[in-house]
Design a protein around this ligand. Structure first.
Ligand SMILES: CC(C)(COP(=O)(O)OP(=O)(O)OC[C@H]1O[C@@H](n2cnc3c(N)ncnc32)[C@H](O)[C@@H]1OP(=O)(O)O)[C@@H](O)C(=O)NCCC(=O)NCCS
Length: 247
């Protein structure tokens, strides 16, 4: 697609924060907006240079969120996912330098979806890694079709492929077409915990007993403990590693 948008970081234009928040409200199912996310505000402040939007005219049409962190390049040293990587980034001492970039989210305004913008978001993320002299770019990928198969283990889902060898999932496919490789399952990327009343409000579901519930938009089932008034969702993602251009 011809690029008829400009790319701005939140550091360049801090006023974009309300548009970024509006885009997030559209992108995620309500319950996911209640995930444990105490470090997220740091993205808009300390890590503002790593957040960007695509602006067409005066409309924000897409956003990308990333964070720099330290990673020794082994699978064993990968955090559980988004929450873990944020924690590591925020807790890194000021006198230490990050060596890797982690994608946190890519969002396209619904009417601009299906035009290839997501590849351009991932390319912009790679550019951020290069600009900041980071050697690696990884992503805890949230597969877009997984919510239609909540009872399938993520470890199995990522093996679903066409005869041509392409991933069943369009978002994993997009990363792979850009050369990214799956490293493994990010077993606990985000956690959402709430009372039964909150889960009813977030999902519109009638919950009147304990059990594993299928919740629209959730990648796996949600464990409802009716007696203890607690519902817990632990979102699995998929760690993928991209190649960066030589400096
Ligand atoms: C995931 C998302 C970023 C993709 O953005 P996009 O610009 O629409 O994606 P693209 O046009 O580049 O298409 C990427 C792939 O997804 C497929 N795709 C795009 N929209 C689709 C839809 N509505 N239904 C099914 N597949 C779709 C495309 O066909 C393409 O796969 P293919 O070329 O192998 O067929 C966008 O749908 C979005 O913002 N979703 C909400 C937030 C989210 O889930 N982000 C990802 C996790 S962080």
């Amino acid at each position: 697609m011809n690029q008829n948008y400009s790319i701005l970081t939140l550091a360049e234009q801090p006023g974009l924060i309300s548009e970024i928040r509006a885009l997030a409200r559209i992108a995620w199912p309500e319950f996911l907006r209640h995930a444990k996310a105490e470090y997220w505000p740091e993205l808009y402040d300390r890590f503002a240079r790593y957040q960007f939007v695509f602006v067409e005219g005066n409309q924000v049409i897409a956003a990308g969120h990333t964070v720099p962190f330290k990673w020794d390049q082994t699978k064993a040293d990968l955090p559980g996912g988004i929450q873990g990587v944020m924690e590591r980034a925020v807790q890194m001492p000021e006198n230490e330098l990050p060596d890797s970039l982690c994608a946190l989210a890519a969002i396209v305004l619904p009417e601009y979806r299906g035009r290839g913008l997501s590849t351009e978001i991932l390319n912009s993320m790679k550019n951020i890694a290069v600009q900041h002299e980071l050697q690696t770019f990884v992503a805890p990928v949230r597969p877009t079709f997984k919510s239609e198969h909540p009872k399938v283990a993520m470890s199995e889902y990522i093996t679903w492929r066409s005869e041509k060898g392409e991933s069943f999932d369009p978002w994993i496919r997009t990363h792979e077409r850009m050369g990214a490789k799956i490293l493994g399952v990010a077993s606990n990327s985000l956690t959402v915990a709430g009372s039964i009343k909150e889960w009813r409000e977030w999902t519109g579901l009638e919950i009147s007993a304990s059990g594993d519930f299928v919740v629209p938009g959730a990648l796996t089932t949600v464990q409802m403990d009716y007696e203890n008034d607690l519902g817990v969702y632990e979102e699995p993602n998929v760690w993928m590693k991209h190649l960066l251009p030589e400096p």
